[in-house]
Design a binder for this molecule. Structure first.
Ligand code: SF4
Length: 331
């Protein structure tokens, strides 16, 4: 009697929910698209509107021009500020360059800016937990540079110096790891027991929900594939959270064709998720790639339902309303 073939481990995909676009990214991308429709190409965008290669390339094809600095925008043009927010000095630069601006800063980033302004007015030393060089941190710090110092994780806590240990508050970048941020806060509290916390969570709902879904999924997955770009803070955090939750391996990919066949060796369960700046079409590509290799069974792991939506930037709403009124008048 011949031996029966070795049973294949059953292959499946755990698909995290929520994943992908958050309300702030959705609004920022639509703002660029609507601006192109309303004013015509080119429309200038300061920094990548959101940290995703595919989104940036798609908008470039439609006529958006991405620049690093406001000075690169020719006088009299329109410039859109990205979802990550900008410092007040950037608004001043735009005014000097006679630029019309559309501010696509996520309202949840604006909330942190307002907190920074308020605590600076009250003369607090503000400890901003975040990643050095990230656009959001540069923007928030610019609201009150003389009051804010950056704390880039627990390793930085020993270097913090404040004027009055009883008048210190912490704020944070919106896209950090929830767990690592709490570690940093605990270490700061060890040094400054009267450290004040922000009035509400700075790490946004979308970051928290995507991390929670990965925690649930990562514990059951051999491999977790996170779709997202390398400069996307929240996407990179999802890789860390997956590994922390127990996944044996986790990788960040922009596109399905970056997945390596060898990653699947001995893997029965693959977790899939995407960062807050990632359109679903890229996740579909990964699911198709996996299905072609026997991972056709897809089970969704849901950590939260999301229904948040933000209205478009006010400058754009004003011009769209005026345009609509004109169209009605002409008809
Ligand atoms: S990740 Fe959060 S803070 Fe950033 S754009 Fe999305 S909702 Fe806004």
């Amino acid at each position: 009697m011949s031996a029966s073939p070795a049973a294949q481990p059953s292959r499946k995909v755990l698909l995290a929910a929520p994943r992908g676009y958050c309300a702030g990214v959705d609004r920022a991308v639509i703002a660029v698209e609507k601006a192109l429709e309303q004013y015509g190409a080119p429309v200038y965008v300061r920094h990548e509107i959101v940290h995703n290669k595919y989104v940036v390339k798609t908008l470039e094809k439609k006529g958006a021009i991405f620049v690093e600095e406001t000075e690169e925008v020719p006088e009299g043009n329109i410039v859109i500020f990205s979802a990550h927010g900008v410092a007040p000095v950037v608004h001043e630069e735009a005014e000097r360059g006679k630029l019309a601006t559309i501010d696509a800063t996520c309202p949840l980033v604006t909330k942190v800016h307002k907190e920074a302004v308020r605590f600076a007015k009250e003369d607090y030393d503000i400890l901003l937990i975040g990643h050095e060089g990230h656009e959001e941190v540069i923007g928030t710090s610019g609201e009150a540079p003389e009051h804010i110092q950056l704390v880039d994780g627990p390793k930085d806590v020993a270097n913090v110096e404040v004027r009055d240990p009883d008048k210190v508050v912490w704020l944070s970048q919106t896209t950090l790891s929830v767990d690592e941020t709490m570690e940093t806060v605990d270490a700061l509290k060890g040094r400054f027991p009267n450290l004040l916390s922000p009035p509400s969570d700075d790490i946004c709902y979308a970051t928290q929900n995507r991390q929670q879904a990965v925690k649930q999924m990562g514990a059951q997955a051999d491999l977790v594939i996170v779709v997202g770009s390398r400069n996307s803070s929240n996407s990179k955090r999802l890789v860390e959270v997956a590994l922390g939750a127990g996944a044996k391996a986790s990788y960040l990919v922009d596109y399905a064709d970056e997945i390596e066949e060898a990653w699947l060796d001995g893997v029965a369960t693959v977790g899939v998720t995407s960062g807050a700046s990632v359109p679903e079409i890229l996740v579909d590509g990964v699911l198709e790639w996996l299905a072609a290799r026997g991972y056709e069974d897809v089970e969704t792991v849901t950590a939260a339902e999301e229904s948040i939506a933000f209205s478009l930037p006010k400058e754009l709403r004003r011009d769209l309303r005026a345009e609509a009124a004109r169209a009605v008048g002409e008809s």
